[in-house]
Write a protein that binds this ligand. Structure first.
Ligand code: BGC
Length: 758
């Protein structure tokens, strides 16, 4: 049968439809064959398409053919789709993402279409597409699960490609130095070894789908207030052992194609023209071979930025377009330097597969990805309190449950800003069809706890009260066997929280409900940690984070015990704002403030003196509370299970790679996963905080089962930055290793040592 675009009408209509379908299949096979043939032809014509050569060799071969203008085309963006500002002639040719680098057809170099993709692919609403929302990155970090992090990235990579993108702008790994940072939910917590390891897995998963991976925001972009101007003051040692260590581990493990430099200044220089950060640390010490792109509008100069190691300006060409060409013509920037920038770009195109495996749009595998999102959330929810084993809820024994607050009848919260994923079906708290997904709109995913808990508890009466009227909520709680109060804290890029206290009088709501019903459980939907003055007045506390597209199903499975919780905090829950390293985030001077809501997004002013002193230095997260002897509400690495575990028999073998071997036993009645955590105390002479995480492993154990676990400790994780030599070094002296199930429950201890000069 020949393929034709005309179908027969009448009795032949069905046959016609089938014929068209068959023709569609044939034509796509024909297209595939044609593509293959084209690729083969290209390979013959272009030596750089020889896949047996290394990415560096291939990049050099293309580079030899390129004109200066073509090289410069690679070094800047072409505007940002859907943005009022930042438009350029080629913006409309992009795929609708945040950034677009032009193709060079003559040489078979594809355009690079970038999309934000922190917890899913951004802008699917505006582009008429579909994206799955995973749990927030901080939530997923609480899984402490390398495999889950890989799956997280692989899902994002698949959905990016299906939507026509070949580069992600995800991979956020700024450490939670300041828990009130509005972007905390986009990052992976307060510890560099945990965050670096997980971001490495996430980006490995992304890049396995042949999209260029990106790690951001390099570096010390640890608050949003004044992010475009703030000067973060911090010692080299503190940087190298905290925030930069997370980047170092992620880059070492995943080899991402790109690093995004951040908006802020560090010790005086903007990140995107900071020679120390880009040239000395990233490109020299970390041997990063890929390219550095600026955060959006984060480029401030041509010559200085180029010399310092910025390779690509996004999203415009204000400094790295004609101005860069002129700088070359004037002899201010050498052609060798341009070649280095262009080589780094091309190298990543080859290394990450975007040259050999061009993107083709396709249908997202929605069901598969929803299952992945649910599974990751199930491993990320943290059971913080379970007095008298109130959880799991046993449907057969419970007649009635009151659900209260936080729109738990219709949806669950997500984080805003450039990370925002558009909810399929729209914002759950708006009438269908109303409301877009604007920069800082509060988006509730239509995943309904009420519906899912009802499904999971057949035979139990589950009723909802909005919590707006506290006494009505308390009345419903009083009449019910169990009360579950949902509380929330919305956070976003472009803002910081003034306090970790829950907003909207929600603490009073919890108190009122807890007073009415002793069997009260609180479920938190937060982007960072929260203060809980009522913690010992409720029987259960469950942190669900921003839970993603299938959050409610995952939550219902945890609450009813279909899934045994196994998440552990990646960030310490303090008792009070007063216990944080800084009482408040310093306010922006009036003259630096932008208009209205953009106050934290102040315009760039070279004369600004706004700075933050990160004088807590090495003491980030639990290291601060440990060193300062401050009690906390829930420590780093803490989370309960419906079963129990014991630890025994620690042996430490010091060496080039020190190993720790110990046994974990499931002493309870349920199968469950335990995260084993290994911490080290360094010799007193190093002046380090009391302990640091040096290894972890999540193991699944059946009731009564024991498993011997061996953890290899990377020497980097035992190292201290030596300001004199500029290197991370293992010091000689006495060490202690601690092993257990949270940073404050470490039953196994073993001393070991290294000779001096180790
Ligand atoms: C954010 C980046 C983001 C970029 C593009 C910036 O405002 O800081 O994280 O990738 O915009 O949307």
């Amino acid at each position: 049968m020949k393929c034709s675009s005309i179908t027969t009408w009448g009795a032949w209509a069905l046959a016609g439809v089938l014929a068209v379908a068959a023709c569609g299949a044939q034509s796509s096979i024909a297209q595939q064959r044609q593509k293959q043939a084209d690729l083969e032809a290209k390979k013959k014509a272009w030596p750089w398409m020889n896949t047996s050569l290394s990415p560096d060799e291939r990049a050099d071969l293309v580079l030899k053919e390129m004109t200066l203008d073509e090289k410069i085309l690679l070094l800047h963006g072409n505007g940002m789709a859907h943005a009022g500002i930042w438009q350029m002639p080629l913006t409309k040719e992009s795929n609708g993402g945040a950034g677009y680098i032009a193709p060079i057809d003559r040489l078979g170099i594809p355009g690079i279409n970038m999309s934000d993709a922190a917890y899913g692919v951004r802008s699917s609403g505006e582009n008429g597409r579909y994206s799955t929302a995973l749990p927030s990155n901080l939530g997923a970090a609480a899984s402490w699960d390398r495999k889950a992090a890989y799956e997280y990235g692989a899902l994002i990579g698949r959905e990016l490609r299906a939507q026509g993108y070949n580069m992600t702008l995800g991979g956020g790994v700024n450490l939670t130095r300041e828990p009130r940072n509005g972007r905390t939910f986009e990052y992976l917590g307060e510890d560099p070894v945990l965050a670096g390891t997980l971001v490495g897995q996430l980006m490995t998963g992304e890049q396995a789908q042949h999209v260029i991976g990106d790690i951001k925001h390099y570096a010390i972009n640890d608050q949003e207030t004044g992010r475009n101007i703030v000067n973060a003051m911090i010692s080299k040692r503190a940087m190298r052992e905290t925030d930069l260590l997370a980047f170092q581990i992620g880059i070492r493990d995943a080899h991402p194609g790109a690093v995004m430099c951040s908006y802020n200044r560090i010790n005086g220089d903007y990140a995107c023209e900071n020679d120390y950060l880009l040239h000395e640390v990233l490109k020299t010490d970390f041997h990063f071979p890929g390219f550095v792109l600026s955060d959006w509008g984060g480029t401030h100069s041509t010559v200085k930025a180029s010399h310092a190691g910025l390779d690509n300006e996004e999203p415009m060409a204000d400094f790295f377009g004609p101005a860069l060409k002129k700088a070359v013509d004037d002899g201010q920037v050498s052609v060798t330097e341009i070649d280095d920038h262009a080589h780094r770009m091309l190298r990543s195109y080859f290394a990450d597969g975007v040259m050999d495996d061009p993107v083709e749009k396709s249908v997202v595998d929605v069901e598969r990805d929803l299952d992945v999102a649910q599974h990751i959330e199930e491993g990320s929810i943290v059971l913080l309190r379970n007095q008298d084993n109130i959880l799991p809820l046993e449907s057969a024994k419970i007649h009635s449950v009151a659900l209260i607050g936080a729109h738990a009848d219709v949806g669950m919260l997500s984080g805003g800003g450039s990370a925002q994923v558009d909810p399929p079906g729209g914002n759950a708290i708006m009438p269908p069809g109303k409301g877009g997904t604007h920069w800082q709109e509060h988006i509730w995913f239509p995943t309904s706890p009420l519906k899912q808990i009802r499904l999971a508890m057949p035979g139990t009466k589950v009723e909802y009260n909005s919590g707006e009227d506290k006494s009505a909520a308390a009345d419903l709680a009083k009449q019910s066997d169990i009360a579950i109060v949902f509380v929330q804290q919305w956070t976003s890029e472009g803002m910081d929280l003034p306090t970790l206290t829950l907003p909207d009088d929600q603490n009073a709501l919890v108190e009122a409900v807890a007073q009415a019903n002793p069997h009260t459980i609180v479920v938190l939907e937060t982007g960072t940690v929260a203060l809980m003055p009522w913690a010992d007045k409720v029987e259960g506390i469950v942190e669900a984070w921003y839970s993603g597209s299938r959050g409610a199903t995952a939550l219902a499975n945890i609450l009813t015990g279909a899934v045994n919780p196994s998440g552990k905090t990646a960030e310490t829950f303090p008792l009070s704002d007063k216990d944080l390293p800084h009482l408040t985030i310093p306010a922006l001077p009036k003259r630096d403030r932008g208009q209205g809501a953009s106050a934290v997004n102040a315009g760039v002013d070279a004369r600004s003196t706004y700075s933050v002193q990160y004088d807590e230095g090495l003491k980030v997260g639990y290291k601060w509370y440990d060193a300062e002897h401050k009690n906390v509400l829930f420590p780093f690495g803490f989370g309960l299970s419906y079963t129990t575990f014991t630890y025994s028999g620690l042996t430490v073998t010091p060496g080039e790679t020190t190993t720790a071997t110990f046994t974990i036993t499931n002493t309870g009645k349920r199968t469950g996963a335990e995260v084993a955590e290994v911490y080290a105390a360094l010799p007193a002479s190093t002046g380090e905080p009391p302990k640091r995480l040096v290894g972890f492993e999540k193991v699944m154990l059946a009731p009564g089962e024991s498993r011997e676990v061996t953890i290899k400790i990377d020497p980097l994780y035992l190292s201290v930055y030596n300001e004199a030599t500029g290197k991370m070094e293992v010091s000689g002296g006495d060490y202690t290793l601690f092993v257990g199930g949270s940073s404050q429950a470490l039953p196994l201890t073993q001393h070991f040592g290294f000779g001096h000069g180790a």
